[in-house]
Design a protein around this ligand. Structure first.
Ligand SMILES: Nc1ncnc2c1ncn2[C@@H]1O[C@H](COP(=O)(O)OP(=O)(O)OP(=O)(O)O)[C@@H](O)[C@H]1O
Ligand SMILES: [Mg+2]
Length: 143
């Protein structure tokens, strides 16, 4: 069995200057590896929305990209406030983003539903006061 291509990215929760950096890097790595463009597009949505949530809600954290022959795995882990009700958070239009963030164009409550829609495998684990872990998988070879 071959080993995956792995990269991790620290996502700063305070420095808005570097916002979008991790997802931009993930996109270019996938291009470099020759992943089909429709799958790159899906992975880019997952990475971007996951990164925004890390910054806006999670206080920053870490993202990881794994590229296997059969799938792409993207994870985002933070030790922020956590999500009290995962079902609510997954509902289209639900957002706790503050006014200031909404003025910047975020907070439509569409990030998590969009991540799920673009993933073949999706997992969201969270504990209030401890943090949140999101895992997404996109299949490269449909079996
Ligand atoms: N990493 C996280 N830590 C804590 N809460 C989170 C995290 N990610 C999501 N949430 C909660 O889930 C809600 C829904 O997330 P989602 O990404 O769908 O929408 P949003 O970030 O509020 O808006 P949008 O993504 O459309 O800009 C958030 O408003 C927030 O309450
Ligand atoms: Mg979001």
């Amino acid at each position: 069995m071959s080993s995956p291509y792995v990269e991790s990215y620290a996502v700063d929760g305070t420095e808005l200057v570097s916002i979008g950096e991790a997802s931009t890097k993930i996109k270019s790595v996938l291009k470099m590896l020759g992943i089909p463009s429709d799958l790159i597009r899906r992975a880019a949505v997952v990475a971007y929305e996951a990164e925004m949530n890390l910054v806006i809600h999670g206080g920053g954290g870490e993202m990881e990209l794994e590229v296997w022959p059969e799938c792409i795995k993207i994870s985002a882990v933070d030790t922020g406030p956590g999500i009290p009700d995962i079902g609510k958070a997954m509902t289209e239009g639900f957002s706790t983003a503050p006014e200031k963030i909404r003025e910047m164009g975020f907070g439509a409550g569409m990030g998590l539903p969009n991540i799920k829609r673009n993933s073949d495998g999706f997992e969201l684990l969270s504990e209030v006061g401890k943090g949140t872990t999101l895992r997404s998988e996109i299949l490269l070879q449909k079996t």
